[in-house]
Design a protein around this ligand. Structure first.
Ligand code: ZN
Length: 461
């Protein structure tokens, strides 16, 4: 999803409620990619008690063909009526249906490229575009999806997977589920003991790059453990897409309910050196550590990733403290409130979203460290979120997330700061802040003074 500046990563933000507990699946889908990759054949079974109106995302209806329902042992054609299929028996009886989804035609013809698009060798499709489902009937129900592919083709879906290979999701979350990729790509699987990343790598990227890609992904997974205590989700899908513009790693985005999917756009002539210097993947993985929030709180999601990413990489020795602080000194002024600012929740400019959010996080981190004699930092708030399962895969109110984050701290800080910063422009004297931190720009270089009172922020990282 691309907003504001094209080179900035952006998280898919949605407002919905907490998913209910997983139960035995009562909606079952079998999705088979057909040879040639042009279409999907889908069979689905639904337990009774649903509305009679079945559909897919708006605009995707014309790409469903030959919808048939099993009645009395016979498959009967079910016509499309305006933008839905009406199955009179659904409230009373189990429904079995089957249809074709014209994947390739949808990738070429759908106006909404967020739903289905051919992205340089792999087709990315939102499950909500191709899974026919009863309208507003998913609350409290569980759906399972099984994919099958012909020899030589692959599928990778961001929805969480059970040990038997089925993708399991709260039926209600299907509306916003992470994408599935279909095509002739190779899959790299990286495991750290507490999390798995599976990456779809299309042929546009040379196989010689697989080693560096593995090191890149593992490095970012390790960085995240320094911030979150563990990899935040059991499994994340990573879609690597070739970009016709830009050099190296160009852009990232993260999304998904009931799963996790990170999309990275990169130049097809990507080099190992580009991957070594990359910060985007660590930034996106930090997004996985925070629940899906309402769009007006994008500053919290982006600020946390903008602030913690260089710290996480510095811990691994990938960035020096001097370079890290030079970046903050250069960029944090962008996050200061400008005339007309109405606080972080109500000023969705690029500067306030990324660097205003980062400034909030820096101030919070310093408060936490001062209050605890450097025993704790902002990472402990993130660890509390991840430990509570309040990750990208679930949607939550920001205040609820802050309550959970504050519970990880000896003294709560975040909610109090949020109430100050949310609806009014809080000014920060950056020069005074650099003095307190012992971070000084001298000529082109940054000098660090470990005797400064606020040096706890960068010492012993
Ligand atoms: Zn981001």
């Amino acid at each position: 999803m691309r907003l504001w500046l094209p080179l900035r990563p952006f998280a898919l933000l949605l407002l919905l409620c907490f998913p209910s507990r997983a139960a035995e699946p009562v909606w079952r889908y079998a999705v088979a990619l057909q040879s040639g990759g042009l279409e999907l054949k889908i069979e689905a079974t639904f337990a009774p008690g649903l509305t009679d109106e079945f559909s897919v995302d708006s605009g995707a209806e014309p790409y469903l063909r030959d919808v048939e329902v099993l009645r009395g042992g016979n498959w009967q054609p079910q016509p499309l009526t305006r933008d839905a299929w009406y199955l009179a028996e659904a409230p009373r009886r189990e429904v079995r249906l089957r249809y074709r989804f014209l994947l390739d035609a949808a990738a070429r013809g759908l106006w909404n490229r967020e739903l289905v698009a051919d992205r340089g060798g792999l087709v990315l499709a939102a499950p909500s575009a191709f899974l026919l489902r009863p309208w507003r009937s998913g609350r409290g129900l569980t759906a399972s999806i099984r994919f099958a592919t012909p020899l030589g083709s692959s599928v990778l879906c961001g929805i969480f997977q059970a040990s038997n290979g089925a993708h399991i999701i709260d039926a209600e979350d299907l509306e916003n589920a992470p994408a599935a990729a279909f095509g002739t790509f190779r899959t790299l699987r990286l495991e750290t003991g507490d999390g798995v990343v599976e990456a779809a790598v299309p042929p546009a990227f040379a196989t010689a790059l697989d080693g560096p890609l593995r090191a890149w992904i593992l490095g970012a997974m390790t960085s995240i453990r320094g911030v979150a205590g563990r990899f935040p989700v059991p499994r994340a899908a990573l879609f690597l897409l070739p970009s016709t513009r830009g050099r190296g790693v160009v852009f990232g985005s993260t999304g998904g309910r009931g799963g996790s999917a990170v999309t990275i756009l990169a130049a097809a002539d990507l080099k190992a050196a580009d991957l070594r210097d990359d910060w985007v993947l660590t930034h996106e993985f930090i997004h996985l550590c925070v629940p899906t929030l309402d769009r007006r709180h994008a500053w919290f999601t982006e600020g946390l990733a903008t602030y913690l990413e260089p710290l996480a990489r510095a811990k691994q020795g990938l960035v020096t403290q001097e370079k890290l602080w030079a970046g903050f000194i250069k960029n944090l002024p962008e996050g200061l409130p400008q005339p007309g600012d109405r606080g972080l929740d109500q000023t969705p400019t690029w500067g306030r979203t990324y660097w205003g959010g980062a400034l909030f996080c820096l101030v919070a981190d310093l408060e936490i460290r001062k209050a605890t004699g450097n025993r704790q930092g902002l990472e402990d708030a993130v660890k509390a979120l991840v430990a509570a399962g309040a990750t990208k895969a679930v949607a939550m109110e920001l205040k609820e997330a802050l309550r959970i984050a504050d519970r990880g701290l000896e003294r709560p800080v975040l909610m109090r700061l949020y109430l100050q910063w949310a609806d009014s422009p809080v000014q920060v004297d950056l020069e005074a802040l650099w003095d307190e931190l012992g971070v000084k720009q001298e000529g082109g270089a940054v000098r660090l003074d470990a005797s400064a009172p606020g040096a706890v922020l960068w010492r012993r990282r």
